[in-house]
Design a protein around this ligand. Structure first.
Ligand SMILES: Cc1cc2nc3c(=O)[nH]c(=O)nc-3n(C[C@H](O)[C@H](O)[C@H](O)COP(=O)(O)OP(=O)(O)OC[C@H]3O[C@@H](n4cnc5c(N)ncnc54)[C@H](O)[C@@H]3O)c2cc1C
Length: 442
């Protein structure tokens, strides 16, 4: 145990402490508080949402990508979409890539929706607080060591949820994980997203995807532009003349290394400017567009994946496997943004779904910790399917519910009766075990 901890003040205490407020962590905090636990959500930035509000504007994973798209995620995640609808800030649209029906929202509104929903559930928030270490007591975490403008402090808790995206609590606890890029497949590349205003939507819409790709290739061949990804996407948003992009590509970066991330941030913005120039000069409808913003930070797809009680595999995805300890389901394809100029897609057969088992959220060797979101236990390819925000939220609902139920027992999510967890999740609208469709896509 680090010596400095003996001197540190306790800045907060809760029964369930959730680290990280991305789509997984915010949903986990809502679920834990609604299940009756005194819950604290801790976040390093000054707003909620993580990647969902600082990089992106489209939820995937709610729908299967089949022709007859079916919605396979419900519960708290869908409630978030309904709250966005109440603000008139959602646009459901067919995906131009085959990732399934897209749920595009306004990310600024989503920041408020997360705050309101977490607050109404009764969870407390602590923003501007970075977790740098953990306090251990045998195989349990007893507290988080956090840093803020006031210095170092401790947050004590009974059960912890690691929704940091990077498995920071698993890493700091000394529990096993696999770093992306160390299993023979390069880590997925990083992307700085950007939004353009002043777009003539009608003229821009007339340029179909094939034509856009053709023009990107031609631009590279001409030597006038350097566009690392030739099939990057642009889509409409709920705001009339604004489009959002997913075009830049920065490869071979360890998303947990600040030195590598520094270079990646600079390179991502450089590429974003180059794509903006290309669009303004080469694509009808963009002549008078202007750069509205870059993502708050570069988007990181994959870093540490924990070694859990079970590891979701590529075979599980491609055989649409069902599990007895299912807590959520997924029909999203394997979508691998490797270092090349295109993206690799592989689909769950027959537009079906596979289950996400509870055990992929349980890290080995730490008994009062459950994870949620993109740091789950999965191999590279399974991760490339299950990381969509629809599933991160569904995992968050399961992790938060499990943490709160565990508080009522011996504080050990690993020993929780899974049937009891599933019963509570079903009651709260979650979908799993089989391709349960609740709604056809609009
Ligand atoms: C470029 C890009 C494009 C993508 N496109 C899509 C898409 O279109 N649709 C889709 O559904 N999915 C998409 N994904 C995948 C999806 O966005 C992510 O897998 C998902 O958002 C991860 O959610 P999360 O909650 O697990 O982690 P994150 O969203 O990364 O949240 C982690 C949170 O924890 C906080 N945090 C981390 N460490 C600490 C710490 N030590 N102390 C305090 N706070 C901490 C962070 O600030 C953050 O708020 C994309 C991902 C990327 C990067």
């Amino acid at each position: 145990m680090p010596v400095y901890t003996q001197e540190l003040p306790i800045v907060a205490e809760a029964e369930v402490v959730v680290l990280g407020s991305g789509s997984a962590g915010s949903t986990a905090a809502i679920a834990a508080a609604r299940t009756g636990a005194d819950t604290l959500l801790v976040e390093r930035y000054g707003f909620l949402g993580g990647t969902s509000t600082m990089v992106l504007d489209t939820f995937y994973g709610f729908y299967t990508p089949a022709d007859q798209a079916a919605r396979v995620v419900n519960g708290i995640p869908w409630e978030i979409v309904e709250r966005l609808y109440a603000y008139g800030m959602v646009l459901e649209r067919p995906s131009s890539y085959g990732a399934g029906q897209a749920v595009t929202y306004d990310p600024t509104t989503l920041k408020v929706v997360w705050e309101q929903t977490v607050g109404a559930a009764g969870a407390r928030l602590l923003l501007h607080t970075f977790c740098v270490d953990v306090l251990k007591d045998g195989d349990r975490i007893s507290g988080l060591v956090v840093a803020s403008k006031q210095g170092l402090g401790l947050i004590m808790g009974r059960v912890f949820v690691d929704a940091s995206g990077d498995a920071d609590l698993v890493f700091k606890s000394g529990a096993p994980f696999e770093a992306a890029g160390t299993d023979g497949q390069p880590a997925q590349s990083l992307t700085t997203t950007f939004r353009l205003g002043g777009v003539n939507a009608e003229r821009a819409r007339a340029v179909k995807r094939d034509e856009l790709v053709k023009r990107m290739k031609a631009a590279n061949v001409s030597g006038e532009y350097r566009l690392p990804r030739e099939e990057g996407s642009i889509h409409a948003t709920p705001i009339a003349d604004v489009v959002a992009t997913n075009m830049t590509r920065v490869a071979y970066v360890d998303g947990t290394d600040p030195f590598e991330l520094t270079k990646a941030e600079v390179e991502g913005r450089r590429q974003a400017l180059e794509y903006t120039r290309f669009l303004r000069e080469q694509i009808p409808g963009y002549e008078h567009s202007y750069l509205m913003n870059f993502s708050t930070q570069i988007g990181i797809r994959e870093t540490r994946r924990i070694w859990g009680e079970y590891r979701l595999t590529r075979e599980d995805v491609l055989s649409a496997r069902q599990f007895e300890d299912a807590i959520a389901q997924c029909g999203a394809p394997i979508e691998d943004h490797h270092a090349g100029n295109n993206t690799r897609w592989e689909y769950v057969p027959d537009g079906g779904t596979y289950d996400i088992p509870y055990r992929v959220l349980l890290p080995q060797g730490v008994s009062n910790l459950v994870v949620a979101g993109r740091c789950l236990s999965a191999d590279h390819d399974a991760h490339a399917s299950v990381r969509s925000m629809g599933q991160c939220m569904a995992m968050g609902q399961a992790a938060g519910t499990a943490a709160a139920l565990a508080v009522r027992e011996d504080g050990t999510p690993h020993r929780l009766n899974v049937g009891k967890l599933q019963e509570r999740l079903r009651m709260d609208g979650a979908l799993f075990s089989g391709a349960t469709a609740v709604a056809a896509a609009k």
